[in-house]
Design a protein around this ligand. Structure first.
Ligand code: CO
Length: 136
């Protein structure tokens, strides 16, 4: 698999409103795109920074993945996403290497990305997403 760049950092926060207010106040930046991902029980806000992006995540359900993360760890970095040229091939390669995957097949993420998460037990407690944008 070819890792092209750090696509984004996923950052969990209590509310997007707070996160967005803070980013505007401190850095003078505004979200380029916001989107709810119903099956992940999150609302997201994207902030491009140079070649990479911050993906802010607000939970819409305490039982969802971000709800549980916030409960356990509080606000902070949730995942790192590597952009790959072919996410289907990347997932197949990881499975062939015996790497435990949260997603055994790529699924639809926010912002038109196709994504798959590696189980954090495989990666030193860092949740890593591989993702392939479907548009730029
Ligand atoms: Co992500």
């Amino acid at each position: 698999m070819k890792l092209l760049k750090i696509s984004h950092l996923g950052i969990a926060d209590k509310t997007l409103a707070e996160a967005m207010e803070r980013l505007e106040r401190i850095f003078g930046i505004q979200a380029e795109h916001t989107e709810e991902v119903a099956d992940q029980k999150v609302r997201t806000a994207f902030y491009p920074i140079g070649q990479s992006t911050l993906e802010y995540l607000e939970s819409t359900d305490p039982e969802g993945p971000i709800g549980k993360f916030l409960e356990k760890r509080g606000p902070g970095i949730h995942h790192i996403a590597f952009e790959v040229d072919d996410v289907d091939a990347a997932v197949k390669e990881l499975l062939a290497k015996g790497v435990r995957m949260i997603d055994k097949e790529p699924r639809k993420g926010a912002h038109g990305n196709r994504i798959a998460f590696i189980h954090p037990a495989e990666t030193g407690g860092v949740l890593i997403e591989v993702c392939q944008p479907t548009h730029h």
